[in-house]
Design a protein around this ligand. Structure first.
Ligand code: GLN
Length: 198
C-alpha cells in the first residue's frame, strides 16, 4: 500500500485524504520535512497559492520539496497545487515563488474575477470514456506547455474553450479543477496508480 501525503499547510486537505483512502493509498498529512521523507507520493491541494508558498518556506519545506520532485516523487497538484508545480507564472503575487518541476506557464485566476467558480464536463481519455465533472474555483490554466508535457484535458466550450486544464509531465500531474469535491475520484485513482508504478 503506497503512502500518499497531502500537503496540509492550507487548503482543502480532508477531502483529498478521503479520496486517496478510497483508492487504496495510506493517506497522511505532511507539514514537516520528516513527514515528507516518508511518502511515496504527494498531493498539493487547492487553496491560495501565494499563502501556501509562504507557508512552504516558513515550514522549511521548499528545499526538501524541490529535492524530492527532482528525484522523481509523484506529485499531484490541484488548482493552487498546479500553480506550485509550475516552472513559470503569469499574475503571480508579489514575491510569490513556486516549487516548479513542470515545464509550463500557468496563469493564476485565469478565468477572470467575474467568473469566481463554475463547473464543466471534460472528456479525459486517460480516465476512460465517461465525462468528468470538473469544478473550477478561481482556477488557473496552463497557458504554454513544453514538449515533455502531455495535455490531458481542455475546456470544451464557452469563452475559455481550448484552454489546458489538466496535464502530466512524467510523475507530475496537475489539474486546474478540484476533483476532491465531487464523488468522482478517477483523478485520484489515476494518481494512486501512478504512485504504485513508482
Ligand atoms: N486562485 C488561487 C491561487 O491563486 C487558487 C484557487 C484554488 O486553489 N481554488 O492560488
Amino acid at each position: 500500500t503506497p503512502t500518499v501525503g497531502v500537503l496540509a499547510l492550507q487548503g482543502d486537505v480532508r477531502e483529498h485524504l478521503e479520496a486517496l483512502a478510497e483508492h487504496g493509498a495510506r493517506p497522511v498529512t505532511v507539514r514537516r520535512p520528516r513527514e515528507l521523507a516518508e511518502v511515496d507520493g504527494l498531493v498539493v491541494p487547492g487553496g491560495e497559492s501565494s499563502t501556501m508558498d509562504k507557508l512552504v518556506r516558513a515550514f522549511d519545506l521548499q528545499g526538501p520539496l524541490r529535492e524530492r520532485i527532482a528525484d522523481g516523487l509523484p506529485v499531484y497538484g490541484s488548482c493552487a497545487g498546479m500553480i506550485l508545480l509550475a516552472d513559470r507564472l503569469v499574475d503571480r503575487a508579489p514575491g510569490q515563488e513556486t516549487l516548479g518541476g513542470m515545464d509550463v506557464l500557468v496563469r493564476r485566476n485565469a478565468f477572470g474575477r467575474q467568473v469566481d467558480s463554475f463547473e464543466s464536463d471534460l472528456h479525459v481519455r486517460e480516465l476512460g470514456g465517461e465525462p468528468l465533472r470538473a469544478v473550477f474555483i478561481r482556477a488557473p490554466w496552463i497557458e504554454e506547455a513544453g514538449p515533455d508535457v502531455q495535455v490531458l484535458a481542455r475546456v470544451e466550450s464557452g469563452p475559455a474553450e481550448g484552454r489546458v486544464v489538466a496535464a502530466r509531465q512524467g510523475r507530475l500531474l496537475a489539474t486546474s479543477f478540484h476533483p476532491e469535491v465531487t464523488g468522482d475520484h478517477r483523478v485520484h485513482a489515476y494518481f494512486v496508480d501512478l504512485v504504485r508504478r513508482g
